[in-house]
Design a protein around this ligand. Structure first.
Ligand SMILES: Nc1ncnc2c1ncn2[C@@H]1O[C@H](COP(=O)(O)OP(=O)(O)OP(=O)(O)O)[C@@H](O)[C@H]1O
Length: 778
């Protein structure tokens, strides 16, 4: 700056010098025309008239001696040129600085702003974490101290008490913290311990410093209830409301809430609403109703959807600062019911409840909370006789005592963890339901008088407070906003439903698995049974074969072989019907869980071949026959079914051998069942007379089946199925001549006799046609 000023001055001097030189020249040539510099001279004249005058004076003074001044003037001129150069340089530098600053703004400043922004975000997040941690720890400390806390406050002896000669019966020993002793009339000391004990000399500030942590929990979303209990005139109103000089808990709490909400405004947004009501003679009165001249609305306690107790119609005033709060408290206290008793000039005749509703919103994660803080100044407990109450005062006292006793009952029930808490026994306990015990924080001030005159009441109050202190409350729960709560509820319900469904599915899966296992077990046992039976059958077959061959050998040795017999026997053997094709039979080797595919050949029915009568007759015969099969017999017949050795063997037509085990009778002729049946049906036309004579001794097993014997030729279903090899040999259709030619046909019905009941059972269960069961039975 200094340099700048100097250069300006030098420049001015140079200009003046130039003017002076010109003046001199003009003087030398008076006709010369004035130049533009004359104008500038005029301008400069105004700017620095003093300097100019002095300069011009100096020049004029020296004009006489121009020769001496010229070198100086030249110097000045040089200096002025230098100044001009310096000026130019300065301008260039300024331009350079300007350009440099501009380039710095556009890039680096932006970068640093961005850096600062991200740093700010990081710090904000850290702050959030820290504040939530702080809240958690803070809450933990309160919980460790207990969610129901009891403070005892003893007021000083009043002047009147002193004057009346009453002394203090409450002793505070400095060595025992938070303890007081009450000296009884017999000089014995009864100690009482509380969470904090305030002595008469403790001021309002000291009281609030202990109350503050609990009261401000409401900002963290917890329901809080602070109430003052005690005999009348012990300082309940003084503690809760205070005086304009010594403000009480109510005002200080709201003040602190505003302070904290201001402090947290970057992270949390709080909205505070205040309601004030009193319970007077078991009636609720709104203390914030503007026009008290109007008839008061009847207010009732209603349970809200979320389970909290609400008073519909109660005024809720929005407060923005401590000024608003103080105004509201004053308004409410003006309306409150007070009266004069012998114990207190301005005795509260009602329970006064101040409710602060805090709606909080976390600006970073959007979580909302809604919590209540109840600040209650209870009406004084009093002995009606002592306070000499009568008339209206007596009635008030009765209501007060009744509600205080209901409060005592609720606290007792909470202390004993009773299943039923009698909240609804009074309006006071009903309205405080969601703030007493359970998931909220409760602070009770038990107010006592030190006076010996109030010893009895003091003992009562302290005993009651001790009971309250014994309540073990659960951990306080944060009051989440209802919308959020509803969302969580829905999610929980869905999860529950899903869980139920999963459990159901798991159950049914388990049942199915069990059933499957049972089935598998059943199948296995069936397979084993089948295997056993097959083995049995094989064994029996072997035995029968041996027996048959022995019988045949015996017969052939006793009787000379006749052409007819041989021929008949041969024919019979040849005509033995084959088994059904293997693919139509039930597999004997394996039984699986799966049913075999349905047979491509539909089961044969007689309905289109026989009339109803015949059909029923046949059915009867079938039943009879089956029953007959299941009876124990002296003789047994089995179907010979050699086990399949290869596929080609299975496909071959099978021969069935029917045999009868005959009792050996040395005197009689032994004959084969085939021959017997043949002779019987053929009427002796094609068998030998010797065989015919032995008819009576044939096995019953080989007796013709009554139902199988057709009544007429036409109605015989077998005749209709003449093409069948198995059933195709008509019994009577072709008359005796035919039978004689084909004795095998007679043997066919006897196939049923070789049927084993086991096989029948199997067939019944499978409903499939067996190759061993005669077609008629199926
Ligand atoms: N700690 C104290 N320090 C000084 N004065 C007190 C204190 N406590 C109470 N007082 C005074 O005692 C008197 C009675 O107090 P207050 O009205 O608060 O009693 P109260 O328990 O509310 O009675 P009530 O139940 O009848 O309303 C008041 O004048 C009050 O100023």
């Amino acid at each position: 700056m200094e340099m700048n000023d100097q250069s300006v001055q030098i420049q001015m001097l140079a200009e003046k010098f130039q003017l002076f030189v010109r003046d001199c020249e003009l003087k030398q040539s008076p006709n010369a025309i004035p130049s533009d510099n004359d104008e500038s001279k005029k301008v400069n004249e105004n700017s620095d008239s003093v300097d100019e005058n002095s300069m011009s004076n100096g020049i004029h003074e020296n004009s006489s001696d121009l020769g001496h001044t010229l070198p100086i003037l030249k110097k000045v001129f040089d200096l002025s040129t230098k100044v001009q150069d310096l000026k130019k340089e300065h301008l260039a530098l300024t331009d350079h600085v300007k350009t440099a600053t501009e380039s710095f703004t556009s890039l680096e400043v932006l970068n640093s702003i961005q850096l600062l922004g991200s740093e700010y975000e990081l710090l904000k997040r850290k702050y959030l974490d820290e504040s939530s941690e702080r809240r958690r720890l803070y809450n933990e400390i309160i919980e460790l101290k207990g969610n129901i806390r009891v403070f005892c406050r003893c007021r000083p002896l009043s002047e009147s008490e002193k004057a009346n000669g009453f002394t203090s019966v409450v002793n505070f020993e400095s060595t025992l913290e938070n303890e007081l002793q009450v000296i009884s009339s017999d000089s014995s000391k009864k100690p009482f311990k509380f969470d904090h004990v305030f002595k008469p000399e403790d001021n309002q500030e000291a009281v609030f410093s202990q109350t503050k942590p609990i009261a401000t929990s409401v900002l963290d979303g917890f329901n809080v209830c602070i109430f003052a209990y005690g005999q009348t005139g012990t300082g309940k109103t003084f503690t809760m409301e205070g005086t304009p000089e010594e403000r009480g808990v109510n005002y200080r709490t709201l003040e602190e809430l505003f302070r904290l909400s201001e402090e947290r405004k970057g992270v949390m947004k709080y909205e505070l609403n205040v309601s004030m009501l009193e319970v007077y003679n078991e009636k609720i009165r709104d203390l914030l109703v503007e026009n008290s001249a109007q008839p008061t609305k009847k207010l009732e306690i209603k349970q809200a959807a979320e389970g909290t107790q609400e008073v519909p119609g109660l005024v809720e005033a929005r407060v923005h600062g401590t000024e608003d709060v103080w105004e509201l408290l004053k308004t409410g206290n003006r309306v409150r019911s007070v009266g004069s008793t012998s114990a207190n000039e301005l005795s509260s005749r009602s329970h006064c409840l101040l409710r602060v509703t805090v709606v909080g919103e976390n600006l970073i994660n959007g979580q909302k909370t809604k919590s209540h803080l109840w600040l209650v100044d209870l009406a004084g407990s009093e002995r009606v006789g002592k306070t000499e109450a009568e008339g209206e005062r007596l009635k008030e006292s009765q209501f007060i005592n009744k509600s205080l006793s209901a409060l005592g009952d609720v606290i007792s029930a909470l202390a004993s963890k009773a299943s039923h808490i009698p909240y609804r026994n009074s309006k006071l306990t009903h309205i405080l339901q969601s703030s007493l015990g359970g998931d909220c924080k409760t602070l009770m001030f038990v107010q006592v008088s030190p006076s010996s005159a109030d010893l009895g009441e003091t003992m009562c109050s302290l005993n009651f407070a001790t009971r309250v202190r014994g309540i073990e409350s659960g951990p306080a729960r944060k009051q989440v906003d209802l919308g959020e709560l509803f969302k969580y509820k829905q999610m929980a319900e869905k999860a529950k439903h899903d869980e139920k469904e999963t459990r159901k599915l798991q159950d049914s899966l388990q049942t199915l698995q069990l059933r499957l296992a049972a089935r598998e077990y059943h199948c296995k046992s069936l397979q084993e049974k089948v295997r056993d039976l097959e083995n049995q059958i094989a064994e029996e077959r072997k035995t029968r074969l041996k027996q048959e061959s022995r019988s045949l050998a015996a017969v052939s040795s006793q009787q000379p072989p006749s052409y007819k017999y041989t021929s008949a026997h041969k024919t019979m053997t040849d005509k033995k019907p084959p088994l059904n094709p293997s693919n139509l039979r039930m597999p004997l080797r394996r039984i699986t869980n799966f049913l075999p595919p349905p047979s491509p050949i539909p089961p044969k029915r007689y309905t289109n071949q026989m009339n109803g009568k015949e059909n029923s007759a046949r059915r009867t015969s079938m039943t009879t026959n089956t029953e007959g099969l299941q009876r124990p017999r002296s003789r047994a017949s089995i179907a010979m079914r050699p086990p399949a050795q290869s596929t080609t063997q299975i496909l071959k037509p099978r021969r069935r051998v029917s045999i009868a085990t005959l009792r050996p009778e040395p005197t009689s002729e032994i004959t084969t069942p085939l021959r017997t049946s043949t002779s019987r049906f053929a009427g002796g036309s094609s068998v030998s007379a010797a065989i015919r004579s032995q008819r009576g001794r044939y096995s019953n097993l080989f007796a013709p089946l009554p139902a199988i014997r057709p009544t007429s030729v036409d109605s015989t279903p077998i005749s209709a199925r003449g093409s069948s090899k198995f059933m195709g040999s008509p019994v009577h259709a072709q008359g005796g001549s035919r039978m004689g030619k084909h004795p095998t046909a007679i043997a066919l019905p006897r196939r049923s006799l070789v049927w084993s009941p086991l096989r029948l059972r199997e067939m019944k269960s499978s409903h499939r046609k067996s190759s061993l069961l005669p077609s008629k039975l199926q």
